[in-house]
Write a protein that binds this ligand. Sequence first.
Ligand code: TXA
Ligand code: MG
Length: 347
Amino acid sequence: NTKIVKMDPDNLDYDIIKEAAQIINNGGVVVFPTETVYGIGADALNDTAVEKIFKAKGRPQDNPLIVHIQDVEELYDLSREVPENAIILAEKFWPGPLTMILYKKDILSDKITAGLSTAAIRFPKNKIALALIKESGKPIAAPSANTSGKPSPTEASHVIEDLMGKVDMIIDGGSTYIGIESTVVDVTGDVPMILRPGGITREDISRVLGKCDYDPAIIKSNEKIVPKSPGQKYRHYSPKAKVILYKGTLDNIAQRIVEDYDKFTQDGLRVGIMSTVQTEKYYEDKTTICVGDRTKPISISSNLFKDLRNFDHMGMDVILAEAVEEEELGKAIMNRLGKAASETIIV
Ligand code: TXA
Ligand code: MG
């Protein structure tokens, strides 16, 4: 009883958009594409509907949801205090892969915010997403449309894999563009603080506001600091295979990966290497998936979750993954790789 429909974001089918909006207004659940990853959406003002999201994903109740809007003015309906920094960031980066944390109004229930006094609000860029929010006339609560703990979905087939039979409709709008989730930035304080790195980078925000910090918990992930974003404390993005992440110079990384590949293979394990355009040459006779080009980080972010799932489809036991430079979008890629990995080896 999950209806699957295909739609071209540049050629909207308004009959389907109306049907999807009706489902939202009747308290149902619709999966739709955004420019980051697919979202599983319900009426943010209907607790019964929001509960269905948690149930379908198997999401812990203490992990709050992002509320999606399609007009900056809607910020004032949802937040009781919209600071200057939020207005500047909205003007510069919305619609886009940026989620802002602001003090919430009572209209948003504890179900959405997990009892916090703040809410996460985002104005996405995909035309299907925007049309659905507009047509339904409601803010739409939507976490990533994966089973909790799995890599976020970047195409409809991933959603079908995880949520078939658990949602009312899946709108297949093709592959998402950025491939990893939005940046979450807390704008309630004087200095904006990134709680989850994403498509809008610290450098982007600093250029506009002059300053921007990271939540200390996402820099020193080994230390016992509680992250300000509840979702960051969970292990995440995990394929079935064990992921090992290698950090160091490219030559050293490649050399160590080759050694470990041979060792694991001799132990009878199925091993896959997540390579890059720049390192393919080291792994000629080995099983690899080339995730992208290091000089174009967007090529890596857009393929990352898909490739982790593909290694699972290939029945791998171990995935050997290379670190990338932790600047701009690379910071977000490394955040996701770090969470997917059960072990990080510095060579
Ligand atoms: O790109 C995206 O952001 C996608 C698309 C569908 O919009 N959505 C998404 O949602 O990634 P989700 O639920 O997978 O991640 C939301 C993150 C979680 O880490 C959650 O803990 C955090 O935002 N969050 C939500 N409300 C918060 C709040 N009030 N304070 C701090 N963190 C919050
Ligand atoms: Mg998620």
